[in-house]
Design a binder for this molecule. Structure first.
Ligand SMILES: CC(C)(COP(=O)(O)OP(=O)(O)OC[C@H]1O[C@@H](n2cnc3c(N)ncnc32)[C@H](O)[C@@H]1OP(=O)(O)O)[C@@H](O)C(=O)NCCC(=O)NCCS
Length: 211
C-alpha cells in the first residue's frame, strides 16, 4: 500500500504515514539514496528495517523531497536542508514522518502487553498510580501514548542525560481526547510540550511540539 494517511495539522505542519506492503526490491527500485545513506542501508541487518528506511523516503517524495534533501547529525537526528523540521519513526509495517516549520518529534509504537513489564522504567510512581485506576486495556494504550510522547520529546531535544522516568511527565488524559501536554524538567530547564496522538490499527501515533 502506498501512502496510508496524511494529517494536515495546519498549513505548515503535516504528518504522513506509510503502510509498508511493498517488497524490498520494489522500494529499492523506486528510491534513490545519497551515498551516506546507501552505506547505512547496505549495513542494515534486517530486511524490515531496510524497507522501513526506504518507505520513509517514499513519504519524503510525497512531500516533494528526496533523500538528498536530508542529512543526519552525529546523534542520528535527521535535518532537512531547507530549514523545515523533520522527525521520523518506524515500527513493524508502519513508518511516519512529521515535517513542520516548528520543532517537532514523532513516534509510532505497536500497542503491546510487553509495555506493562517495562512501565516502571519510563513512568514515575505518581504517573503509574494514576494510570492504574483505569482498566487494563486503556492502561496499555495510555502507557503506549506516554512512551511515544517521551520518545517524541526526546527526538525534539536530542539531549544526553534525559531520563524518561525522572525528567518527562505526561499530564493525565483520556484516549478519546487525542491530546495532552507534557513537561520536561531537567537541571534548570522547564519546558512544556503539546502532545497529540491517535490510533492506527493496533499502533499508536504520537507527535509533540514545543509550547
Ligand atoms: C533515538 C531513539 C529516539 C529512536 O527511537 P526508536 O523508538 O528506537 O525508533 P524510531 O523508529 O521511533 O525512531 C528512529 C528514528 O529516530 C531518528 N533519530 C535517531 N536518533 C535521533 C536523535 N538523537 N534525535 C532525534 N531523532 C533521532 C532517526 O530518524 C531514526 O530513523 P532513521 O535513522 O531510520 O531515519 C531512541 O532509540 C532513543 O535513544 N531514545 C532515548 C533513550 C531512552 O532514554 N530510552 C529509554 C528510556 S526508558
Amino acid at each position: 500500500m502506498p501512502l496510508y494517511k496524511t494529517i494536515n495539522f495546519n498549513s505548515t505542519t503535516q504528518i504522513s504515514v506509510w503502510k509498508i506492503t511493498e517488497s524490498l526490491e520494489q522500494l529499492r527500485q523506486e528510491v534513490e539514496l545519497n551515498s551516506a545513506n546507501t552505506i547505512r542501508f547496505n549495513g542494515m541487518k534486517s530486511e524490515m528495517h531496510q524497507r522501513a528506511f526506504l518507505s520513509v523516503r517514499k513519504l519524503l517524495m510525497e512531500k516533494g523531497y528526496t533523500d538528498f534533501d536530508l542529512e543526519y547529525d552525529e546523534f542520528g537526528k535527521p535535518h532537512l536542508k531547507d530549514g523545515n523540521y523533520i522527525s521520523i519513526s518506524h515500527s513493524h509495517q508502519f513508518s511516519t514522518i512529521i515535517i513542520s516549520d516548528k520543532k517537532a518529534g514523532i513516534d509510532i509504537e505497536m500497542q503491546r502487553e510487553k509495555i506493562l513489564r517495562i512501565a516502571d522504567k519510563f513512568v514515575n510512581n505518581q504517573e503509574l498510580q494514576r494510570l492504574k485506576s483505569f482498566d487494563n486495556h486503556d492502561f496499555i494504550k495510555k502507557l503506549t501514548v506516554k512512551w511515544g510522547a517521551k520518545e517524541a520529546i526526546f527526538k525534539i531535544r536530542n539531549e544526553k542525560g534525559i531520563s524518561f522516568k525522572d525528567h518527562i511527565q505526561v499530564n493525565p488524559f483520556e484516549i478519546r481526547d487525542n491530546k495532552t501536554t507534557a513537561i520536561l524538567e531537567i537541571e534548570n530547564t522547564k519546558q512544556q510540550f503539546s502532545i497529540y496522538f491517535e490510533e492506527i490499527e493496533d499502533f499508536t501515533l504520537v507527535y509533540a511540539f514545543e509550547k
